[in-house]
Design a protein around this ligand. Structure first.
Ligand SMILES: Nc1ncnc2c1ncn2[C@@H]1O[C@H](COP(=O)(O)OP(=O)(O)O)[C@@H](O)[C@H]1O
Ligand SMILES: [Mg+2]
Length: 243
C-alpha cells in the first residue's frame, strides 16, 4: 500500500534544534535552554539546562547502546550538541510506566505511586495541534503512523530500554517511574532509538519516596529545575562545565 515514512528536516523544536550534519545521513542535535510544559503553555529559559540534558542524554544513549539497543547516537560534538543518524521519526511518543503518576492517574483514577506488576506500554500520537493524544495501536495503523511489525519491535525495545535504565537509576538512588521514547528508521528501514533521554523525558523519584528529580519540579513549581537536574547529573558522575 501507499504507506511510507518521511525523513525529518532541519527543524527548531521546543527543546532542541535539529540541523543537517557534516555528512549524508547525519544530523546535529543541539540542546537549547528552553523548557516547556503542558503542550507549550508554560515556558521558561533556564540557563545551563541544555548542557545538562546533553550530557545526561549522551551517557544514557551510550548505556542503552552498550546493552544491545541500537540508538541514533554517532558521537559527541560539544557541550550542547551530539551527532546522530538522520531518521524518519515515527510520529509516536512511546511511554513505558513502572509506577502510576501524571496522566494515567487522572485518566484511570489510580493512586499515585501504584506499582505495576509489569511495565505498561502506551503510545501517544505526536501531534501538537491535537495535544499528543493517547491512541490505540489500531489507530496508529489506521493513521499509517507505523507498520504493525515495526510497532512490535519498538515495543520490545522500549520495554528493554526501560529495564536497563531502571536498573541503572536504582544503582544511583532513583526510582524510574516512567519514560518517553521516540524511535525512527534510516534509509534501509533499520529501527533506532532516537531523540533525548533526560529529566525532561522521564520521571525520577528519590528511591522509596515521591520526591521528583525531573521536569515535574517545573510543571508543578515544586523545586528549582537547574539544581534538580544538576543533582541527577552529579549522581550520574557527570561534570558539567561552568557548574
Ligand atoms: N535522529 C533523529 N533524526 C531526525 N529527527 C530526530 C532525531 N531524533 C529526534 N528527532 C526529532 O527532532 C525533534 C527534537 O526537537 P524537540 O525540541 O524535542 O521537538 P518537539 O518540540 O517537536 O518535541 C523532535 O521532533 C524529534 O522527533
Ligand atoms: Mg521533543
Amino acid at each position: 500500500m501507499g504507506m511510507s515514512y518521511n525523513f525529518s528536516m532541519s527543524y527548531e523544536g521546543k527543546a532542541k534544534i535539529m540541523k543537517d550534519g557534516p555528512s549524508e545521513g547525519t544530523m546535529i542535535m543541539y540542546f537549547k535552554d528552553d523548557v516547556t510544559a503542558g503542550n507549550g503553555k508554560k515556558k521558561a529559559v533556564i540557563e545551563g539546562k541544555g548542557k545538562i540534558n546533553k550530557a545526561i542524554t549522551l551517557k544514557l544513549l551510550k548505556l542503552v547502546e552498550e546493552n544491545a539497543i541500537p540508538t541514533h547516537l554517532i558521537e559527541d560534538i560539544d557541550d550542547r550538541s551530539i551527532l546522530v543518524k538522520k531518521l524518519k521519526i515515527f510520529p509516536l511518543e512511546v511511554v513505558v510506566r513502572n509506577k502510576a503518576t501524571g496522566s494515567i492517574v487522572r485518566r484511570l483514577g489510580l493512586e499515585k505511586g501504584l506499582e505495576f506488576e509489569r511495565p505498561l506500554f502506551e503510545i501517544f500520537y505526536k501531534n501538537d495541534d491535537l495535544h499528543d493524544p493517547l491512541i490505540c495501536q489500531e489507530h496508529a495503523f489506521m493513521l499509517e503512523l507505523i507498520y504493525p511489525d515495526d510497532l512490535l519491535i519498538v515495543r520490545n525495545r522500549a520495554l528493554r530500554a526501560n529495564e536497563i535504565l531502571k536498573e541503572y537509576f536504582t544503582s544511583i538512588g532513583f526510582d524510574l517511574i516512567d519514560i518517553k521514547f521516540e524511535f525512527g528508521v534510516d534509509e534501509e528501514e533499520n529501527i533506532y532509538l532516537a531523540d533525548e533521554i533526560s529529566p525532561d523525558t522521564m520521571r525520577l523519584w528519590a528511591k522509596g519516596t515521591t520526591e521528583s528529580f525531573d521536569k515535574d519540579v517545573f510543571r508543578e513549581d515544586k523545586a528549582d529545575l537547574l539544581s534538580t537536574y544538576l543533582e541527577v547529573a552529579k549522581r550520574m558522575g557527570l561534570k558539567i562545565e561552568g557548574f
